[in-house]
Design a protein around this ligand. Structure first.
Ligand code: GLC
Length: 579
C-alpha cells in the first residue's frame, strides 16, 4: 500500500525563490536532542523485522517469535538499536496480520504470549528497543467486536463500525484499496446493511467517532506499553477519521483518494487524546504511516507543541520508483524538499523499503550480479547519511533482490490476487500485469530471509509459506559474514559511523550539483564539522561537480576498496569525505 502525498506548487515556488541557484539549503535542526530526555528515537536506527519470513523455529514454514529470539544476536551484531515488528497479533491472515482478530493475543503461527514476553526480555537485555505495529484503522471481520456488531442492529457493538442501512438505498461510493471490485461498501444480508472497508472485506473500518472504540484502543495500547514495549507504528492511521454523514464525492475521486480519505475530520483531536491518555504516560515513540497530503499535515502530526506523534513517514520517496518518469533529479528534489520542510521543526524518517515495497536494490539500484553489491552499499550510504530516523528493512543489509516470480501461483499477497482476478474477469493484459509484479509487487520483499546456502536458506526445515529467491545459494548471511567486503559488513560499518557521529543525525543538509542526472551530492554540517557525500546512482563512471576543494579532505568511508578522493566516481560509487 502506498499513498502519494501532494505538495502545493506554492511551497515549491517559495523554496526555489529563496535559494541560490543549484542549492537547496536547510538549517540545522534547532531542536537539541540533549535537551530532551525523550529523543532516543531521533538517534535510533530502526531495523524492521517481517516475522513471517525471518526465521522459522518449528518447521511449519512460517517465521515465528522463537525464530526471532534465536536471531537476536545477529540483529544486535548489526549495530541497530530498535526493532519494528510487523503485526504479531491473532489474525486469520487475510492481509498477513494487518487484520487483527484479538489485539491482546499472539497469532498461533507465531507462538504464544510467553514467547513474546521472552522476546521482549531478551531484546531489552541486549539493549534493543521494540516498536510494535498498531493496526486500528480497521480490525479483522473475525474480531469479536465485528461478529457482535454484525449480529444485530441493536448490538452494543453496532457503532464500533460503519454501517449503512440498505433501506436508505446504496451508500455513496467509497473506493477500496484492496477489494476485488474496489468498492468499500459490502452488503451484509444478516442485518440488511452495508459495512465500510477501505482495505479488504475482511478488514472493516473501525468507527473512531465512537468514544468507546477509542477507549478500547487506548486500553490495548496500555496493555502493550505496560509490558514494556518501546513504541507504536500507527498503521494507515491517516484514514481513521471520516465524515460519517458519508457525503457524495465527485466522480473519479478515487484517482486522488488521499485528498478525501487522509487527515479528515477530527484526526488531530483523536491523536491528541491518544497522546494524553497513553503516549505521554510512557517512554514510547510513535510513528505514523503516512504524513498526510501537505507539509502542513505532516508538521501538524509531529509538532511537539501539539502533543500528537513523534514522527511520520512520507510516501513520496518510495513512490518515485513506481512513477512514470523516474529520474535521479526527481529523487533528489523530493528528498531535499522534505528535508527542507523539516529543517527547523519536526522530525521525519528515512527509508527506501519496507514490507509494502519490492526490494530496495531492485527498485533504486541495480540487481545484476555486476552491480548488486555496489549499488546496495550506495543506497545504504544514502539512508544512513540523511537526516531523519533511518528505517531499514530486513534482508537489505545483505542486498537481497526481488524474487521476480513468473507465475501468479507463486504470489501470496491478497490485494495482488484480487487485482489479478479482476483483470482476468475483464480479459485484461495478464502478461503485462505479471511483468509489473516482478518489479513492484510487495511479495518481492517478503521472501524468506537468506541465512545460509543450506536448504530453504536456513529459514525453515519445512515448506516455506512463500518461495525463496533462487539466488540464496550465493546471496546469504553466512557467506557474507566470511567476506569483509560484503554488503553485510559494509552495513555494520556505516551503522556504526552514524551512531558515532551526531553530524549524520542532526547536521544541516545541503544539496549540491542539483542538476547532475547521475550523481547525488550533498553535505552534512554540524558544529564546524562538514562531510561531503557523493553517490553515483548510475552504472557508468560519472563526475560530481561540488564546487568544493576536496584535496585537503579525508575519506571517511566508501563502497569501493579504494574510494575516490576526487569528483570522478566509478559506477555506483559512494564516498563520504570529511572536509
Ligand atoms: C498498511 C500496511 C500494509 C497493510 C495495510 C492495511 O499500509 O503497511 O501492509 O496491507 O496497511 O492494513
Amino acid at each position: 500500500m502506498h499513498m502519494i502525498n501532494r505538495l502545493t506548487a506554492a511551497i515549491l515556488l517559495c523554496l526555489a525563490a529563496c535559494l541560490p541557484a543549484g542549492y537547496v539549503i536547510s538549517q540545522t535542526n534547532t531542536h537539541d536532542p540533549s535537551n530532551n530526555v525523550k529523543t532516543w528515537w531521533k538517534e535510533a536506527i530502526v531495523y524492521q523485522v517481517y516475522p513471517r519470513s525471518f526465521q522459522d523455529s518449528d518447521g511449519d514454514g512460517i517465521g515465528d517469535l522463537k525464530g526471532i529470539i534465536s536471531r537476536l544476536d545477529y540483529i544486535k551484531s548489526l549495530g541497530v538499536n530498535t526493532v519494528w515488528l510487523n503485526p504479531i497479533y491473532s489474525s486469520p491472515n487475510d492481509d498477513n496480520g494487518y487484520d487483527v482478530s484479538d489485539y491482546r493475543n499472539i497469532m498461533k503461527d507465531f507462538g504464544t504470549m510467553e514467547d513474546f514476553d521472552r522476546l521482549l526480555k531478551e531484546m531489552h537485555a541486549r539493549g534493543l528497543k521494540l516498536v510494535m505495529d498498531l493496526v486500528v484503522n480497521h480490525s479483522s471481520d473475525e474480531h469479536a467486536w465485528f461478529t457482535q456488531s454484525r449480529s444485530s442492529r441493536n448490538s452494543p457493538y453496532r457503532k464500533y463500525y460503519h454501517w449503512w442501512p440498505a433501506e436508505k438505498g446504496k451508500p455513496p461510493y467509497r473506493y477500496s484499496l484492496f477489494d476485488i471490485n474496489n468498492d468499500a461498501w459490502l452488503y451484509d444480508s444478516l442485518t440488511n446493511a452495508y459495512y465500510l472497508h477501505y482495505f479488504s472485506r475482511k478488514q472493516p473500518d473501525l468507527n473512531w467517532e465512537n468514544p468507546q472504540v477509542r477507549k478500547e484502543i487506548h486500553d490495548i495500547m496500555k496493555f502493550w506499553a505496560d509490558k514494556g514495549i518501546d513504541g507504536f507504528r500507527l498503521d494507515a492511521f491517516g484514514f481513521a477519521a471520516k465524515d460519517t454523514t458519508f457525503p457524495h464525492f465527485p466522480a473519479g475521486f478515487e484517482k486522488n483518494f488521499m485528498k478525501y480519505y487522509s487527515m479528515q475530520g477530527n484526526l488531530h483531536g483523536y491523536l491528541q487524546e491518544m497522546n494524553q491518555e497513553v503516549l505521554s504516560k510512557y517512554d514510547v515513540m510513535s510513528v505514523a504511516e503516512g504524513a498526510g497530503n501537505t507539509f502542513e499535515d505532516a508538521h501538524n502530526l509531529v509538532d511537539e507543541d501539539r502533543h500528537e506523534l513523534n514522527m511520520a513517514y512520507a510516501f513520496d520517496g518510495v513512490d518515485i520508483a513506481k512513477m512514470e518518469g523516474y529520474s535521479l533529479l526527481r529523487f533528489k528534489e523530493v528528498f531535499s524538499r522534505w528535508d527542507s520542510a523539516f529543517a527547523e521543526k519536526g522530525w521525519l524518517s528515512i527509508y527506501l523499503a519496507n514490507h509494502d515495497q519490492a526490494r530496495m536494490v531492485s527498485r533504486f539500484g541495480n540487481d545484476s550480479p555486476e552491480f548488486r553489491e555496489l549499488s546496495s552499499k550506495m543506497l545504504t550510504t544514502f539512508i544512513m547519511t540523511m537526516r531523519g530516523t533511518p528505517y531499514y528493512y530486513n534482508g537489505d543489509e545483505l542486498g537481497m533482490t526481488n524474487a521476480g516470480f513468473e507465475r501468479i501461483e507463486d504470489y501470496r499477497d491478497m490485494p495482488t490476487m484480487n487485482q489479478y482476478q479482476a483483470l482476468k474477469n475483464k480479459g485484461g493484459d495478464i502478461a503485462a500485469f505479471l511483468k509489473r509484479l516482478q518489479f513492484e509487487c510487495r511479495d518481492n520483499g517478503r521472501t524468506p530471509f537468506q541465512w545460509s546456502g543450506k536448504p530453504n536458506a536456513g529459514f525453515t526445515t519445512g515448506t516455506p509459506w512463500i518461495g525463496l529467491n533462487k539466488n540464496y545459494a550465493q546471496l546469504n548471511a553466512e557467506a557474507q559474514e566470511k567476506d569483509p567486503q560484503s554488503v553485510l559488513h559494509y552495513f555494520r560499518r556505516i551503522v556504526k559511523l552514524r551512531r558515532d557521529n551526531p553530524l549524520l543525525v542532526n547536521g544541516r543538509y545541503a544539496l549540491l550539483d542539483k542538476s547532475n542526472p547521475d550523481v547525488y551530492t550533498y553535505t552534512r554540517e554540524l558544529n564546524g564539522k562538514k562531510w561531503l557525500i557523493m553517490l553515483n546512482f548510475s552504472g557508468k563512471p560519472a563526475k560530481a561537480h561540488t564546487g568544493l576543494a576536496l584535496s585537503g579532505g579525508k575519506v571517511v568511508m566508501g563502497n569501493y576498496p579504494t574510494p575516490s578522493r576526487n569528483e570522478n566516481l566509478r559506477p555506483y560509487e559512494a564516498v563520504i569525505i570529511s572536509l
